[in-house]
Design a protein around this ligand. Structure first.
Ligand code: GLY
Length: 441
């Protein structure tokens, strides 16, 4: 089978890696030359992934039978719809279904209309004075969000990114005036407190098939300080839960996602592909922070490295609208993934710098390497402004996975930065304690 994977990050390298365990031919469209994808692909096109006509033309010329879109921007540009027009199967949502991610106002209104548990108080505004009134009504305990896509970097939360009603109003004003996220409109939500976790699920339009829970680390600096990033690293546990997440907490999450899928179907927006729920585990149970129309990055690396079932079979099932009868299993392993990013990432990244990656030594350390937004030039690896590569440690116990990940990281050299605290006992104990305090234990 000829399969097209769109996107050139570590998530897409992990997708290609998982697909290539089967006897398939992989094709890629990516905007940077990811060396890991290049090596596994029969052919690739270096091009803007949101140029839907060009990507579809490439897919037709190569005789592609199935496509998987990694990032959200090509989904928003209508790539799934364009490929479907040419009778190419797609294991990713249409533009209308992907609005669950690309339009945060739509997501909250859908949950409200269909009375889906796990949402929060929220309202969208184009008028800053009305936004101010709402912020005041919530005593400034708010999250301020652009409506559209910002690569995970547009959300600001009271106490984390601003400390007064005035600062909240200023950021809301900036979003409206500059049109951050593509719309002159801002979403104000009540702030929720707890521990965040990610629940990803395969979906065939009707039913969801959940994966192990993962915890990402959005903030740039150790101990969850600094600006938001695309994600600095993540971990998962062998039992599919997280050290602060009980089986009951976990069960509530897929129930919410299933209701979202049902609501989308009722609205004529059948959802096929991976759906990603970003949850906040609060003292009252999980609440939706956001929903994404794709795998998470880095979270894809935690789940795809432990997936036992053929990923080609799962993607075909999602694209065909029928996962029924496929038994989806994961190894009972813990994983820790840490990103290597250029120094200054998120502020003033050191782009275009050479990094040394000893692939053999990383493998010998038992770790798995996924390249991200780097460029390969004459066999050398150069940074861009985005994340460079990820190293994943996999083991029975979480602490052993963290140790393996760190062993692998020793073999990446250059002007780079890593959040070494991800997956450490110290940080995890802090998260457990935080949840215990919130639950009054
Ligand atoms: N890890 C956050 C995201 O993929 O959106």
């Amino acid at each position: 089978m000829k399969i097209l994977v769109v996107g050139g990050g570590a998530r897409e390298h992990a997708i290609v890696h998982a697909l290539s365990k089967d006897d398939v031919e992989i094709y890629s469209v990516m905007k940077n030359l990811n060396p890991g994808i290049k090596r596994l692909a029969s052919d690739y096109l270096l091009h803007d992934e949101t140029d839907v006509e060009k990507v579809a033309e490439y897919a037709r010329n190569k005789g592609i039978e199935l496509a998987i879109i990694g990032p959200e921007a090509p989904e928003e540009a209508g790539l799934t719809d364009e490929l479907l027009k040419h009778e190419i199967k797609v294991a990713s949502p249409t533009r209308a279904a992907a609005e669950i991610e690309t339009n945060k106002e739509f997501m909250r209104l859908l949950m409200e209309k269909h009375n889906i548990k796990g949402s929060v108080k929220s309202r969208a505004f184009s008028d800053i004075e009305l936004a101010r009134e709402y912020i005041e009504m919530l005593d400034g305990e708010v999250a301020i969000k652009p409506i559209g896509l910002t690569g995970g970097k547009g959300v600001k939360v009271a106490g984390d990114h601003f400390n007064s009603i005035e600062e909240a109003v200023e950021y809301a004003r900036e979003i409206i005036e500059k049109g951050i996220g593509g719309k002159h409109r801002v979403l104000i939500e009540e702030k929720i407190v707890g521990e965040e976790f990610t629940l990803q699920a395969f979906c065939d339009g009707k039913s969801i098939y959940p994966m192990p829970a993962v915890q990402d680390h959005k903030r740039l600096l150790p101990d969850d300080k600094g600006p938001n990033t695309g994600g600095m690293g993540s971990y998962s546990c062998s039992d599919g839960l997280l050290p602060f997440l009980t089986a009951d907490d976990y069960e509530a999450a897929p129930t919410i996602l299933q209701r979202v899928i049902d609501a989308l179907r009722m609205e004529g927006r059948e959802y096929r592909g991976v759906i990603y729920g970003q949850f906040m585990l609060t003292a009252e149970g999980p609440k939706i922070v956001e929903i994404n129309a794709r795998f998470g990055d880095p979270e894809a690396m935690n789940v795809l490295t432990t997936l036992k079932t053929s990923f080609v079979e799962i993607c075909s099932g999602m694209a065909d609208g029928d996962l029924n009868g496929i038994s989806i299993d994961f190894e009972n392993k813990s994983t820790v993934c840490k990103y290597v990013v250029p120094s200054g990432y998120g502020i003033k990244p050191a782009a275009g710098e050479k990094i040394e990656v000893d692939e053999r030594a990383i493998k010998d350390a038992g770790a798995v390497l996924f390249y991200a937004s780097v460029n390969e030039v004459n066999g050398e690896i150069y940074t861009t402004t985005s994340r460079s590569l990820a190293i994943v440690g996999i083991a029975n116990e979480l602490q052993e996975a963290e140790r393996i990940c760190e062993e692998g990281l020793k073999h990446v050299k250059g002007n780079v930065f890593i959040r070494h605290d991800i997956g450490t006992k110290e940080l995890i104990d802090k998260r457990i304690k935080h949840m215990e305090e919130l639950r009054g234990i």
